[in-house]
Write a protein that binds this ligand. Structure first.
Ligand code: 5AD
Ligand code: SF4
Length: 447
């Protein structure tokens, strides 16, 4: 077997793509290895969403150059280095220029060609290969029927790309136009995952709730309908989806949160800002009021739902008043947990050329304020679970002996002790005894 080291940055879609790359390379004799110094091929799956993520790629590539050189000196063997993901898509030529030890650059829509690209690399001559096309035959057509091992919880990408063009965001450029995967291909992959022991599926898409596709009877399904269909698979116990857009929360999906018990009561619904002025400059195409209305409707259908979101502080033109409106909105909604970021200039996006860029010191203090409230809300939410019994899917061993880690229906990490072996993949009832900022602990009631 040859050794494959793969490092993934960024979102869950990248983690899904990395799993698929492993699936793809396995039949070619590659097996995952944790050690880059020893690897025959090193893949970095990169993220372009903020500048910091891009910097990570280049500093990682520096470390990889040293590891590759060391291996060559020691063993005479040259590792193949491949850069995949959104930085590859956006900066393919620049990567080759800045890091000439990279052999392959492959974009998120063309990594199905990785085995052929690897076969083309000649370890002796310097012949780089770039493939950052958006192929006419979608990559999913090439990826079917090759699921290898997964844990109890797996990702399943059903939608990719974005047509919404928020003024700050690179996704429409790196992941391309909105694409919905056909129903059959999704159901086939879901069944394959289940056959591999998967109990929980998280449906993925940059705009996952924009997913729609035609069934054989010409009826068009939305995400709610798809979730209902998936819930009929007996061995599938938990269904999740992310990331949603407020404009695409249709009634069928909201109803699924009432009617489908396998659908977890958790919704990641970013708004980005609590100010209508900023939402307009961001080209979000909805107001704060419309967002709140969606949340109210979701809560009406399932009062139990936990809410998550994304916020950007310091978007060009953001005033103290706009920022205050974001703080007010967060206080009004009460998130179980949410992500927040300083606005990061992304070359090629409309907001990048705005003359009203916000000073770094404001971004820093505003982010702190947002995060302080979100942190308090998350801790308060976690504390509500104390003394309750939660149904938990056991995901893996914890760091301590006899300790396990599972996930609650609200997406909380739950730690507990158990002397039984082999309970990973089981569903257990946990009585929660303690709540922390980012996790819960409890006692197992039954297996
Ligand atoms: N700067 C900061 N945050 C960004 N995001 C997307 N683009 C940017 C940017 N240019 C955030 C948004 C999005 C999440 C995935 O990343 O909040 O929802
Ligand atoms: Fe980016 Fe906006 Fe599309 Fe989300 S909806 S991926 S933030 S452009």
């Amino acid at each position: 077997m040859k050794k494959l080291f793969i490092k993934t940055h960024g979102c869950q879609m990248n983690f899904y793509d990395s799993e698929k790359m492993v699936d793809l390379l396995k039949p070619h004799g590659y097996q995952i290895d944790e050690n880059p110094e020893d690897a025959d091929i090193i893949v970095i799956n990169t993220c372009h969403i903020r500048e910091k993520a891009v910097e990570k790629t280049y500093s990682e590539l520096g470390r990889i150059r040293d590891q590759v050189n060391l291996r060559k000196e020691k063993t005479g063997k040259k590792s193949i280095v491949a850069v995949a993901g959104c930085v590859a898509q956006a900066q393919g030529k620049e990567i080759m220029k800045r890091s000439p030890w990279v052999d392959i650059v492959v974009g998120p829509q063309s990594y199905q060609n990785l085995p052929e690209l690897i076969a083309k690399v000649d370890p002796l001559t310097k012949n780089n290969h770039i493939n950052i096309e958006f192929p006419t035959v979608p990559k999913f057509d090439h990826l079917k029927s090759i699921v290898t091992e997964r844990g109890p919880s797996a990702f399943l990408t059903i939608q990719e790309g974005c047509d919404k063009f928020c003024a700050f965001c690179v996704v429409p450029y790196t992941r391309g136009a909105e694409y919905s995967r056909p129903i059959k291909s999704i159901l086939d992959e879901a069944k394959e995952l289940i056959d591999n022991g998967v109990k929980e599926i998280t449906l993925l898409g940059q705009n996952v709730n924009a997913w729609h596709a035609e069934w054989t009877d010409k009826n068009v399904w939305g995400l709610g309908r798809l979730i209902k269909e998936l819930s009929k698979i007996k061995e599938l116990e938990f269904i999740r989806y992310t990331t949603s857009h407020p404009l695409d929360m249709d009634l069928e999906l909201i109803e699924a949160h009432r009617d489908v018990s396998k659908l977890m009561p958790y919704l990641h619904l970013p708004i980005q800002s609590g100010s209508d002025n900023i939402l307009r400059s961001m080209n979000r195409k909805h107001t704060v009021k419309e967002y709140i209305k969606v949340i109210e409707k979701v809560r009406h259908y399932n009062p139990n739902i936990a809410l998550s979101g994304d916020f950007i502080v310091g978007f060009p033109g953001e005033t103290d008043k706009d920022h205050q409106a974001t703080l007010d909105l967060i206080k009004e909604i009460k998130y179980s947990q949410a992500y927040s970021f300083k606005y990061s200039i992304r070359p090629g996006t409309p907001a990048a050329i705005s003359l009203n860029q916000v000073d770094e010191s404001y971004k820093k203090s505003r982010l702190e304020e947002v995060q302080n409230i979100l942190r308090d809300q998350q801790f308060a939410f976690n504390k509500q679970s104390i003394n309750s019994t939660l149904k938990i899917l056991v995901l893996k061993n914890g760091k301590k002996s006899n300790q396990y880690l599972g996930r609650s229906q609200y997406n909380q990490s739950v730690y507990f002790n158990c002397n039984e072996k082999n309970i990973i993949g089981s569903t257990v009832d946990i009585n929660v005894t303690q709540a922390f900022q980012n996790s819960l602990t409890g006692n197992i009631i039954n297996i």
